[in-house]
Design a protein around this ligand. Structure first.
Ligand code: G
Ligand code: G
Ligand code: MN
Ligand code: NA
Length: 262
């Protein structure tokens, strides 16, 4: 048995932790789920951002066992929250980022099946976040894997939308449920005024939302920081959002409180 199959085989001084950022329904502000975000708590350097260690883990291949540990931990945590709440929050989703290398593993679907089985989490509560570049560079294989995941009712999100190739010709081929608008587009909504230039950010987001809806996808806006951004996104019909306006990523104990007061 591989180490990646056995989280209990990790030392208790494991330096990785997951934080959880709430994703809310913009119309009501209610909690829809969380995005799991990895943190490396280094004994001397303190918290190291995934922006630093994920690329290194990718290069060394460590992302694969680390990625399975992250997925297992996130599924286990969500199932534990559901059980602790008498299953009243069974419709909450847990979103987990998959790196390109992890997504392209030949045993991807088997690993995910095993993790769902072991943790007891319903497939429809799991949402996998994949970036568009991974899908576009590996379109054939990606389509097969995505379809296998969808046939299990696992949800699929396209992460950081708008920052990569945004190959519109490919987008309709992938069975994606949710499009996540990158926070760079959301933060540009902060500019105000009525000039053509000032309205451009709003029009870009509107175009993305319309595109997603026409393809049967719902939309999560990332990085919402101000009430003005929230209001504009609501008016544009964007269903879900996450960002510091609602909450920063929280450790498990703090995230659990968010469930109680949802
Ligand atoms: O959480 P922020 O907290 O700094 O995350 C920064 C970036 O790291 C994001 O682009 C996010 O997608 C990525 N990231 C965070 N956690 C994970 C993870 O568990 N796996 C992968 N592949 N990427 C992650
Ligand atoms: O997967 P991804 O690239 O989308 O990861 C989300 C990243 O965005 C994480 O690093 C998270 O800490 C960060 N983040 C979440 N909400 C906000 C926000 O409101 N503002 C900013 N600047 N960053 C955010
Ligand atoms: Mn993400
Ligand atoms: Na993103």
């Amino acid at each position: 048995q591989q180490l990646s199959d056995r989280p209990d085989a990790y030392p208790t001084n494991c330096q990785f932790q997951l934080h959880y950022q709430p994703i809310v329904l913009l119309s009501t502000g209610r909690l829809a789920g969380f995005e799991a975000l990895a943190r490396w708590i280094h004994p001397t350097q303190g918290m190291i951002s995934p922006v630093e260690f994920i690329p290194i883990a990718e290069e060394t291949g460590l992302i694969v066992p680390l990625g399975w540990w992250i997925l297992r931990e996130a599924c286990h945590q969500m199932r534990a929250w559901q059980q602790a709440n008498g299953n009243s929050c069974n419709s909450l989703t847990i979103s987990v980022n998959l790196s390109g290398k992890q997504f392209l593993q030949p045993d991807l679907v088997e690993q995910i099946d095993q993790i769902l089985k072991d943790t007891g989490l319903q497939a429809s509560c799991l949402k996998l976040e994949i970036t568009e570049s991974v899908l576009i560079e590996n379109a054939e294989a990606a389509t097969v894997s995505l379809e296998q995941l969808r046939s299990r009712q696992i949800e699929l999100s396209l992460d950081d939308f708008g920052t990569g190739y945004s190959s519109l010709s490919y987008l309709h081929r992938f069975p994606i449920n949710t499009l996540k608008i990158d926070r760079s587009f959301v933060s540009r909504l902060r500019t105000s005024g009525n000039s053509r230039q000032a309205r451009l950010p709003l029009q870009i987001v509107q175009t993305i939302v319309t595109l997603a809806h026409n393809l049967g996808m719902d939309v999560v806006a990332e990085g919402i920081e101000t009430p003005l951004e929230l209001e504009q996104l609501r008016l544009l019909g964007c269903e879900h959002g996450q960002g510091y306006l609602f909450s920063k990523p929280l450790n498990a104990a703090a995230a659990e409180k968010f469930i109680y007061f949802r």
